[in-house]
Design a protein around this ligand. Structure first.
Ligand code: HEM
Ligand SMILES: *[C@@H]1O[C@H](CO)[C@@H](O)[C@H](O)[C@H]1NC(C)=O
Ligand SMILES: *[C@@H]1O[C@H](CO)[C@@H](O)[C@H](O)[C@H]1NC(C)=O
Ligand SMILES: *[C@@H]1O[C@H](CO)[C@@H](O)[C@H](O)[C@H]1NC(C)=O
Length: 547
């Protein structure tokens, strides 16, 4: 597991990469104002972090790769790796499922892929959203969203919203999801020129799906302004500046971030308007639905309708009122759209790379029309093995930031060896310690997923390979952490699994996907895992033909 104590740079480190070439100024392309701000803050922050570092000595003893830069630590290697995981997956091989990296200004952070540790972290109240995540959440979702509430308030919101996301509620969303999948299929059937960049089409299709199944409206009901802004939000995570924002965010303490976010740059304007526009949309949707119920119409065919029916029948503290429901619009719109679109894109890419498997899957789908009509997708072994394998290799939230809000002790499944050559199976961390949950790393641990864990091989889910898996049961689905787990487990995970089942079925039974002659797509992390072209833009060009 842990072999070399102090081995130098990891073997995949590309030689052209050098931290010094990233000056503060090149980092701040999104706007001139950042540059001025950052250069000024640099010195103050340095001193601030030196002070913090004194307090954090419990994790000093944990092994990890040497830091390439004092200012940025390893954050640029994590974010700017030519291919996501170039560094991370070899660090894991070298140092095991818990190791230490440097954050900005010499701050220590722990990267964790040990399943027992992950399980503990997502369940303990001592650990919450990390600072970058928290800042973005507050800007984008507002304070009244299930995503930003904490403690008892969060529990209450989750309990009330579960009605809209339970197994039976989600089953009723199938017709809406099928409609969205058929619209995409029809659109793709019209295209003859090859190859087609699927990413923007998949984004539009998953927006269509969350609008229909989540809110009971369609893109046609949205204002031009909202559609345009939504497009910018989606592109934000795929633009060249997104990694910059994360690198910056990771370096700033909360007060500095708050200050930076007040500067009227294009990026923050887009985020602020997104919040404003979705609030308005939510109010409109709730108003329309109240009007429909007054006219005696059924509204419970989408998530919002179910939540509103619940409130109509039980106006107690266990339900959300009109205003609170409206405030959840962004929690359905944003998390519901992009992760699903990117998962679909990576899935179709793997099918294009494995034509034989694609044929087998198509045969299974075509021989199961009954299962499709009755929404019993769970009886289709290849389809589900395929979806699990895609979620395993391409978890949208590949890296998740957390912070200890109290001193706590993290247990491990596998003891690690420290710099002072002791084996430890518990890691004490102090309040303020930043943690990185390395979901993609966990899902590539050979110990749990087989020696070919780095490979796409869906049959591992049905051929017995995983029978001896000794990982504790974690996550809501297939022992994966793609939807995380614990009290903050993805609220829409059943929705997402059904959506993936419906979309893959509709697409694969009508269309065949193949790789263009030069396939230059790679995966990159930019807040979430996305497919990118050599230009750095998000994209998934595939050749498509009718079957
Ligand atoms: C493949 C698709 C999806 C993936 C991989 C995914 C993954 C995740 C993950 C990892 C989290 C936890 C984030 C954190 O706490 O730091 C999360 C939270 C959340 N997801 Fe998803 N998600 C997906 C689809 C959806 C859909 C379709 C919806 C809604 C329709 C949704 C709604 C939410 C909400 C509201 C939260 C916040 C829950 C809370 O904080 O209590 N997600 N998701
Ligand atoms: C896809 O194929 C199925 C079965 O072959 C067919 O019923 C359906 O109409 C097709 N969908 C589209 C959008 O052409
Ligand atoms: C996606 O939707 C936007 C907004 O409705 C539209 O402008 C754009 O053309 C669509 N893109 C594709 C590829 O369909
Ligand atoms: C939302 O935008 C409108 C018009 O653009 C503005 O008048 C209003 O103050 C904004 N609301 C919030 C809460 O920012």
């Amino acid at each position: 597991m842990v072999q070399k104590a102090r081995s130098p740079r990891c073997r995949h480190a590309p030689t052209f990469w050098h931290p010094v070439t990233f000056s503060a100024a090149t980092l701040f392309t999104p706007g001139m104002s950042y540059r001025i701000l950052f250069l000024g803050l640099n010195t103050i922050l340095g001193a601030y972090y030196l002070f913090l570092r004194r307090r954090r000595n419990t994790v000093r003893n944990i092994l990890g790769p040497p830091s390439p830069s004092w200012v940025f630590g390893h954050s640029l290697q994590l974010v700017f790796a030519p291919e996501y995981g170039d560094y991370e997956f070899s660090w894991q091989k070298m140092y095991g499922p818990l190791y230490r990296l440097k954050g900005c200004f010499g701050e220590d952070s722990l990267v964790i892929s040990d399943p027992v540790a992950l399980q503990h972290i997502v369940n303990t109240p001592a650990i919450e959203h990390g600072p970058v995540l928290e800042n973005i959440i507050e800007l984008l979702f507002g304070k009244k969203s299930v995503v930003s509430t904490k403690g008892e308030a969060h529990k209450h919101f989750r309990a009330a919203m579960n009605a809209g996301f339970s197994a039976s509620a989600v089953r009723n969303l199938q017709p809406a999801l099928v409609r969205a999948a058929q619209e995409l299929t029809e659109e793709l059937q019209q295209i003859s020129a090859a190859p087609v960049n699927l990413s923007p089409r998949l984004s539009n299709a998953t927006l269509n799906a969350v609008l229909q199944a989540g809110l009971g409206c369609s893109p046609a009901d949205l204002s031009e302004e909202l559609l345009g802004n939504n497009w910018k939000i989606v592109s934000l995570s795929s633009s060249q500046s997104a990694p910059h924002i994360f690198a910056i965010g990771a370096c700033l303490p909360k007060w500095a971030w708050t200050l930076a976010s007040k500067v009227p740059t294009a990026t923050f304007n887009v985020i602020r308007s997104a919040k404003n526009l979705t609030e308005k949309l939510g109010e409109k949707v709730v108003q329309n639905k109240r009007e429909l119920t007054r006219q005696g119409m059924e509204i419970n065919t989408d998530v919002f309708g179910v939540l509103m029916d619940q409130y109509r029948q039980d106006k107690s503290k266990h339900t959300l009122n009109w205003e609170e429901i409206a405030a959840q619009t962004s929690a359905i719109l944003f998390p519901g759209q992009d992760p699903t679109a990117n998962t679909l894109a990576f899935g179709l890419w793997e099918l294009a790379k494995h034509p034989e498997f694609q044929e087998q899957l198509r045969a299974e789908i075509q021989s199961n029309t009954l299962a499709i009509e009755t929404c019993t997708y769970d009886t289709m072994p290849l389809l589900n093995a395929f979806i699990k394998e895609v979620l395993r290799l391409y978890p949208a939230a590949a890296l998740i930031q957390r912070i200890a809000v109290e001193d706590t002790v993290i247990p491990l499944a596998n003891p690690i060896i420290t710099a002072s050559e002791q084996f430890i199976s518990h890691v004490p961390v102090q309040k303020g310690q930043v943690l990185t949950l390395a979901v993609a790393s966990y899902q590539r641990l050979e110990q749990y997923w087989g020696e070919d864990a780095q490979k796409f091989r869906p049959l591992r889910w049905i051929d017995g390979t995983l029978n001896d898996i000794k990982a504790p049961a974690i996550g809501p689905y297939a022992n994966l952490m793609s939807f995380l787990g614990g009290p903050r487990v993805c609220l829409g995970w059943r929705f997402a699994v059904l959506e993936l089942q419906v979309f893959f079925c509709e697409l694969v039974r009508n269309l065949s996907f193949s790789l263009p002659e030069d396939d230059f797509v790679r995966m990159r992390f930019s807040g979430s895992l996305i497919p990118v072209l050599p230009t750095g833009e998000k994209g998934m060009p595939l050749s498509i033909s009718r079957v």
